[in-house]
Design a protein around this ligand. Structure first.
Ligand code: NAD
Length: 263
């Protein structure tokens, strides 16, 4: 129980979150800690990441980690284990937007490779190294951030959609193997949220437009009357999937989209 009397769903758990210096990852780190977990925040943003960890207090620590570099993911996993003795929850959340032209005809395949290196390869490497330390314990939870664009085309651009579809596929595929080791793997698929990820991308397409207007544009995509998607909505889904309340859920893609993909 917390001091406020609410149930702490991740009491004593050790979690590693990539892309934790900002947005969904940072909000999830906050909620994991509020639910009793110890959290290692991993990110390429060293200043933001270490400041965030300091702000979150003694149950947070930061490790610089570029998910495109397998040895850095491996080192982050080993850091979690050497600091806390084991790893219970790995959240592969780091991702980048598309930055490619609207038409596939103009697609530069080196850009395709760069997006895939973060969004897909980084996620698969995270699954690999988490499984490496979780299999001997015969328990663990792996989460990944996909996207509604991995389900429907047209909301985002080609390469990003492909990368997130592939994340959903990687989760399904890995979960079928990890079942027998007692490890659950799920992903969350958020709707558009006005984090730096989305706003910085929109600035390229609408230079000079007031950022407040850009936030309104993202929020305007919401299909659920009176509600907009926030990092906390995704973080709440991650807490649930990471907790024992989801003990029979694996290979699942939990959409957090206000009904967007069902309309
Ligand atoms: P964000 O920009 O607030 O956070 C992304 C974080 O990932 C940043 O801290 C960034 O430094 C980190 N990162 C980027 N490249 C990295 C790398 N190579 N190694 C380690 N860290 C790296 O954005 P966000 O919206 O919180 O994005 C989190 C995830 O949510 C991403 O996977 C994104 O694709 C996904 N997503 C976002 C939206 C949205 O509209 N914001 C919608 C659906 C899915």
């Amino acid at each position: 129980m917390s001091r406020a009397g609410s149930i702490r769903k991740l009491e004593g758990k050790v979690a590693l979150i990539t892309g934790a210096a900002s947005g969904i990852g940072k909000e999830t780190a906050i909620k994991f800690i509020n639910n009793g977990a110890k959290v290692i925040l991993a990110d390429i943003q060293k200043d933001n990441g270490s400041q965030t960890a300091r702000d979150l207090g003694p149950n947070a620590a930061f490790i610089p980690c570029d998910v495109t570099n397998e040895s850095e993911i491996s080192a982050a996993v080993d850091f979690a284990v050497s600091t806390h003795g084991h790893l219970d929850i790995m959240y592969n959340n780091a991702g980048i937007p598309c930055q490619t032209p609207p038409s596939i005809v103009d697609l530069d395949l080196s850009t395709f490779d760069r997006i895939m290196a973060v969004n897909l390869r980084g996620t698969v490497a995270g699954i690999k190294h988490a499984a490496r330390v979780m299999i001997p314990r015969r328990r663990g939870v792996i989460l990944c951030t996909a996207s509604v664009t991995g389900i429907v085309g047209g909301l985002s651009q080609h390469t990003y959609s492909v990368s997130k579809s592939a994340v959903i596929g990687a989760v399904r595929s890995a979960s079928s193997e990890m079942c027998r080791h007692g490890i659950r793997i799920n992903c969350v698929s958020p709707m558009a949220i006005p984090t730096p990820f989305a706003i910085d991308e929109l600035k390229k397409y609408y230079p000079g437009v007031d950022p407040v207007r850009l936030v309104e544009m993202v929020d305007g995509l919401s299909t659920l009357d009176g509600a907009v998607c926030e990092p906390a909505d995704v973080a709440n889904a991650a807490v649930f999937l990471a907790s024992d309340e989801a003990k029979f859920i694996t290979g699942h893609n939990l959409v957090v989209d206000g009904g967007f993909t069902s309309i």
